[in-house]
Write a protein that binds this ligand. Structure first.
Ligand code: 2RA
Length: 329
């Protein structure tokens, strides 16, 4: 399989290469693509050096699959060019997610909807992926009515500049700012741009993408997205109301049956999910599962995942794996 990784030198792109390597994806030829200033640079994949190529050269090479993590505007412009050349594009930006003609895929939930015609496939937002993966089996069995979610998001979700800002602040050094405010020893209730309704785009992604992935417009979602001085993963406090009655035993059984989810929930041993444990892992960790004692048929839970892995690179590579395994490519 000839594979292009577009945005190969960024935080997500680097993770994509790592995941392709770890999962032994059948790469026969790798085309790492990055911005003009990185063309000619070398990256290492499976112990071998590869030269970063330009977008034009990658399109001309007609790879079977291109995994994109290069931002929305580049994806809007370049993904159709790859698609026209016959390449399947798995895109990690928000450019195509809410396009009604494009599938928004978390493989464990809805990859079976993919066909040979889906040349541009959208990878959902990191904070949405971990939440819907934890909830989809519960939704199937108990029908989710309403979700109230607050996120605690890692600086890695913003990119390298944000990690540098936090580390510089920690070391007392001056440097470029990724955020409007200091992030170390702080919490910023603002991720992505503000929309007209006063919510941020990150919050509205969770509202819109959840409905699309779970294929149910009736699910109500309200979100508050917050950046915290952490690397390793995004955490989410999720309050979820169901239509049907349930027992906690049934909830644990459904969570344990959910592929890609790991239940970490034994408060007697102080076991609960934390970003430091999710770091570099592909599973979505779920814990602190409790009945909401203020209203019926409602749960509180705590969901943690490495936003660069299942929230981005791993999910994208799993989509590519599905295409290969099902002979769509
Ligand atoms: C963030 N959701 O964490 C973004 C990354 N896609 O900022």
């Amino acid at each position: 399989m000839k594979i292009a990784v577009v945005g190969a030198t960024g935080l997500v792109g680097t993770e994509m290469l790592k995941v392709l390597e770890e999962r032994n994806f059948p790469v026969t030829e790798l085309l790492p693509v990055a911005s003009e200033r990185s063309v000619g640079a070398t990256i290492t994949f499976k112990g071998k050096p590869y030269t970063v190529v330009s977008m034009a050269d990658a399109i001309a090479a007609r790879p079977e699959i291109a995994i994109f993590s290069a931002g929305g505007s580049i994806s809007k412009e370049m993904a159709p060019k790859f698609a026209e050349a016959g390449t399947f594009v798995v895109d990690n930006s928000s450019a195509w997610r809410m396009d009604p003609d494009k599938k928004l895929v978390v493989p464990e939930i809805n990859a079976r909807e993919l066909t040979r015609e889906d040349k541009i496939i959208a990878n959902p937002n990191c904070s949405t992926i971990q939440m819907v993966l934890a909830l989809h089996k519960l939704h199937e069995a108990l029908k989710v009515k309403r979700i109230v979610v607050s996120t605690y998001q890692s600086v890695t979700g913003t990119g390298k500049k944000a990690v540098d800002q936090m580390m510089n602040e920690r070391a007392g050094k001056q440097g470029e700012m990724a955020y409007a405010y200091p992030i170390d020893l702080n919490v910023i209730p603002h991720i992505d741009v503000f929309e007209e309704n006063g919510y941020t785009k990150e919050e509205m992604k969770m509202v819109r993408e959840t409905k699309k992935i779970l294929g149910d417009d009736s699910i109500q979602v309200t979100a508050t997205a917050v950046r915290i001085p952490v690397i390793g993963g995004h955490s989410e406090s999720v309050n979820v109301e169901f239509e049907k009655d349930f027992s906690l035993d049934e909830v644990y059984r459904l969570l344990r049956e959910t592929e890609g989810v790991k239940v970490v929930d034994d408060v007697s041993k102080l076991e609960y999910p934390m970003p430091k444990d999710a770091h570099q892992k592909d599973e979505v960790l779920v814990g602190r599962v409790r009945l909401d004692e203020t209203q019926p048929r409602t749960l509180n839970m705590w969901i943690v995942a490495d936003n660069l892995r299942k929230g981005a690179a791993t999910n994208a590579v799993q989509i590519a794996e599905y295409l290969v395994a099902n002979k769509l490519v």
